[in-house]
Design a binder for this molecule. Sequence first.
Ligand code: PLP
Length: 384
Amino acid sequence: MGKKQLKFNSRTIHGGQSPDEAYGAVMPPIYQTSTYAQSTPGGHKGYEYSRSANPTRTALENSLASIENGNYGLAFGSGLAAIDAVIKLLGPGDEVISTSDLYGGSYRIFKSIFEKYGIVFHFVGMQDIEEIAQHISPKTKLIWVETPTNPMMNIIDIKSVSQLARKYNVLLAVDNTFATPYLQLPLDLGADIVMHSATKYLGGHSDVVLGALVVRDKELADQLYFIQNASGAVCGPMDSFLVLRGIKTLHVRMQRHCENGRAVAEYLANHPKIEKVFWPGFSDHPNHEVAKSQMKDFGGMISFVPKGGKYQDAIKIVEKLQLFTLAESLGGVESLAGHPASMTHASIPKEEREKSGVVDALIRLSVGIEDKEDLMEDLRQAIE
Ligand SMILES: *Cc1c(COP(=O)(O)O)cnc(C)c1O
């Protein structure tokens, strides 16, 4: 049975993997080396220098390609390094259309780094495809989608956006960090590039920072590989190993994240001291139908606002939480709580932030895989 035909859960473990050739090690060795012996100039075994390629990184890149239903995976030193590589496909005068409700660091690299080099970014609400269409011009080269969005949990219809992108010959990249390939497969829905902060669910244990890209097209893969090697923002072998190990349990962790996410979202929605809960699994979520059609389940990321919408109340809640740790990041086995306005999204101007709903009273939860009763009890004591 070819590994391409394996179903998803099997591919998280076996996709693109084979025992190491030297001693049959089942897990790829951590090839902690910068360089490789050559018998004669150019006489090497496929590896010359670890910025260009490293066997442990290759094992991870093959796994990434497999789980995203792609052909080529590229691993970077962080999610932002992966985004950096994608934008370097463009040149001065090129335009990008991106979601207005976006990871703060993505917004920052677009605005503070790449605008300086003459690349123009439009931030639009992507729930309405017409909004995107209105911003397309002959200069548009890339549409950047994040879905579910961070932290408002809006859902963007990847298939509809991809049809628009194809019509105008524009590349479509999807940041799949929140959903992971367990929940949604952007390449199958028509995207050209999938991007990950593997720091989050793919790694899954809050012990490594790493980024990834997956594509199907050989020419695009070659261009991105050229940038990866030329710019040099690669990840090391130890970090590659850790993410590869994380991916092997992605499906069991995600299943529990979804189960606990549902329990916590429903608990909060029924709590008299909570004003609003943002989670795409609710049937009255504005994009619930799209979520149902493109995602397998709804994940463990939830945002909410306490009744009255006061900043002080939100701060009190995050300070009182005990099992949920107040911290940046998400997607690990442990539950985390964040205050987007002062933490992950502090780099977005207040006015810009509030337009997309990131108010000062918003709290974001990354629901972990602890017992859900303990998580709800922790929220109860913090809220009450
Ligand atoms: C964390 C994150 C990033 C950035 O990834 P790093 O690994 O922190 O560089 C990008 N997009 C989303 C949605 C994220 O959550």
